[in-house]
Design a protein around this ligand. Structure first.
Ligand code: PAF
Length: 325
């Protein structure tokens, strides 16, 4: 154990010590320490860091499901201390999006994180993250990669994500940060931000967790009616069919995209986008593409589902032919 309540916390201001002492009780009772301020989390983490412990971080918006728990499990493989944050970030929601209805299940989330062995939970309020409001807060944005796909229909969304993730990274200062590959574009944007801004953090992506019928696990699945839940796996099925067609050498990407959009619409989904891209640039496939990603988003009633599949390109593939679109 790297931190003993009996020994107290060295090198803290009296205010920080007050935070730490009150949170010791929580830790003693629950076995997982919960912090709501950046200062108190940092102070507690610094004790472990000074003892040479490594830190892995899993940022979330809560309503945790198996997909998130896999991230926590992976994080445990990378570091001595696992920090999870739960913060429903208003900056990444558009005016017409579901911020107020976003599912909040804190008590169940805490139980799950405790059971997975997360040691630190960061649970800030909005005014801890945006003390002077969101409008005047400094922003971090990643041009180009943020602009297509989800970014095209959700202006400002990725700036909201990168701003909060950059801020959380600065608070936690982890060695490793773990994200799900379901949000492929988000992961790409975060990796680019980390590279561009020389953040000393290893970003790890974890494969999408799926239900037995292929539906990618998502907090938003909870909005689906029983009937919609039957239709929802078609998104993944259509992605897989497209992937197989490409793997078999079908080379007319625009026709594949159009066919997929039609299949989704006929099944009762409303295709938002269905794009076959280069996995690195998220732009159209070229002869240099090493990994193809097929990104899709579709609405089912008012619920927006996203998913993706990838396809590695091996050297024997005739990419001159496949890239001709
Ligand atoms: O993927 C999410 O849950 C959120 O976009 C994230 C990364 C926690 C930032 O708010």
């Amino acid at each position: 154990m790297f931190w003993s309540p009996a020994r107290g916390v060295r090198g803290l201001t009296s205010q920080q010590t007050t935070f730490a002492v009150s949170e010791v009780r929580d830790w003693e009772v629950r076995g997982m320490k919960t912090y709501s301020t950046a200062a108190s989390l940092r102070a507690a983490l610094n004790v472990g860091k000074r003892a040479g412990k490594t830190v892995a971080f899993v940022p979330t918006m809560g309503n945790l499901h198996e997909g998130h728990l896999r991230l926590v499990r992976r994080a445990r493989q990378y570091a001595d201390i696992v920090v999870v944050s739960i913060f429903v970030n208003p900056l990444q929601f558009g005016a017409n999006e579901d911020l107020s209805n976003y599912p909040r299940t804190l008590a169940a989330d805490k139980e799950k994180l405790f059971a997975e062995g997360a040691q630190f939970l960061f649970l800030p309020q909005v005014d801890e993250i945006y003390p002077e409001g969101m409008a005047s807060h400094s922003k971090v944005s990643v041009p180009e990669l943020s602009e297509g796909h989800c970014g095209a229909n959700r202006p400002g969304h990725f700036t909201g994500v990168t701003t909060v993730v950059a801020k959380l990274f600065n608070i936690v200062q982890p060695d490793t940060a773990v994200f799900g590959e379901k949000d492929f574009q988000q992961l790409s944007v975060i990796r680019k931000m980390v590279r561009d801004l020389c953040m000393p953090i290893d970003v790890v992506g974890v494969a999408t967790a799926r239900a037995a019928d292929g539906l990618a696990l998502s907090s938003r699945n909870g909005y689906l009616s029983a009937e919609q839940r039957q239709i929802a796996p078609i998104l993944h099925r259509v992605l897989q069919e497209c992937r197989e067609a490409i793997a078999c050498g079908y080379d007319s990407y625009s026709k594949l995209e159009q066919h997929a959009r039609t299949s989704l619409n006929q099944a009762g989904l409303e295709a938002d986008y269905f794009n076959i891209c280069d996995g690195r640039t998220l732009r159209p496939v070229t002869a240099d593409t090493e990994e193809v990603v097929i990104l899709a988003a579709a609405k089912l009633g008012t619920t927006r589902l996203i998913d993706n599949v990838t396809l590695n390109v091996n050297s024997s593939t005739d990419w001159g032919m496949l890239a001709a679109n």
